[in-house]
Design a protein around this ligand. Structure first.
Ligand code: C2E
Ligand code: CA
Ligand code: CA
Ligand code: CA
Length: 269
């Protein structure tokens, strides 16, 4: 049986019906979790060539009363399908901006930047720019320390609209990072037009960078491309000193991965 659009099945299939009811239970749980503030942010360090902390990426977590700590892979896709990503995204932005405002109160943390993941649906909202501004204003956070992580497919869906939204936020100092770079369409002609600050080398190229010559070539090409476009480049998923040394030797100056720290509560950064 094939789904004819959402929640419409052609004919009865017990396995599909079980999956559908598990999905709707999860959907109800997400709704309830939003109302009960069960979502929180973990923070993963981003460091420079000397290991000095530059800031962090915010990664959403769900502290469910029965399910325990749920990882985003298990609820983001459904949240996107059901539109619940919109209220969830607003909560994420609000929490991120409050964290930035808190860092601003201590000299040692006042310069840290915070990267926040934005899903396609959130970005496509006509009032997306407004929503980011509201979150920044409500928390009294510095826009210059906020970085939004977007993906290629999201940006290329409507390039003109993407550019307008990015420019509006950039005027206020908000930065933009292209996440998972190398895994998408790689439309290099568009890349030049998008007002980006940073490319993130996807962890799938970092994992085997020392053993797979193709991955090494791709990683080095991304670093060169970023530098020639005047963009920062961050390698994500760096787990070993060997990977770090290779990327550093080839021009990468910012790193993120288990080698430097796993995502965790802000107090542990
Ligand atoms: P992502 O943006 O590519 O985030 C990086 C993922 O890699 C995170 O998984 C992080 O925990 C993991 N990671 C970091 N360092 C390493 C490493 O050294 N080795 C390995 N193997 N993995 C590493 P996580 O937290 O499970 O998040 C998964 C995805 O969920 C994210 O991928 C992002 O696409 C999405 N996501 C997370 N938080 C949010 C959010 O607040 N909003 C939206 N829309 N999406 C989010
Ligand atoms: Ca990301
Ligand atoms: Ca990524
Ligand atoms: Ca990813």
């Amino acid at each position: 049986a094939k789904a004819q659009g959402r929640n419409t099945l052609c004919f009865f299939d017990p396995a599909m019906q079980a999956a559908a009811s598990a999905r709707s239970a999860l959907e109800g749980d997400i709704r309830q979790g939003l109302a009960r503030n069960e979502f929180l942010l973990h923070y993963q360090p981003v460091v420079d060539a000397t290991g000095h902390l530059l800031g962090a990426e915010a990664l959403v977590r769900w502290q469910h009363p029965q399910r325990g700590m749920v990882s985003p892979a298990d609820f983001i896709p459904l949240a996107e399908q059901t539109g619940l990503i919109l209220p969830l995204g607003r909560q994420v932005l609000a929490m991120a901006c409050r964290q930035l405002a808190q860092w601003a109160t201590a000299p040692a943390t006042a310069v840290w930047t915070l990267a926040v993941n934005v899903s396609a649906q959130e970005f496509r909202q006509p009032d997306f720019v407004e929503q980011v501004l509201t979150a920044l204003r409500d928390a009294a956070a510095n826009p210059r320390l906020l970085k939004l992580e977007l993906t290629e497919s999201l940006l290329l869906h409507d390039v003109e609209d993407s550019i307008l939204k990015m420019q509006a936020l950039r005027t206020l100092g908000v930065g933009f990072s292209l996440d998972d770079f190398g895994t998408g369409y790689s439309s290099l002609s568009y890349l030049k037009r998008l007002p980006l600050d940073q490319l993130k080398i996807d962890q799938s190229f970092v994992r085997d960078v020392l053993t797979d010559p193709n991955d090494a070539t791709i990683a080095c090409t991304i670093i060169t491309l970023a530098r020639s476009l005047g963009l920062d480049v961050v390698a994500e998923g760096v787990e070993t000193e060997g990977q770090r040394a290779f990327l550093l030797r080839n021009g990468c100056r910012q790193f993120q991965g288990y080698l430097f720290g796993r995502p965790g509560p802000a107090e542990l950064l």
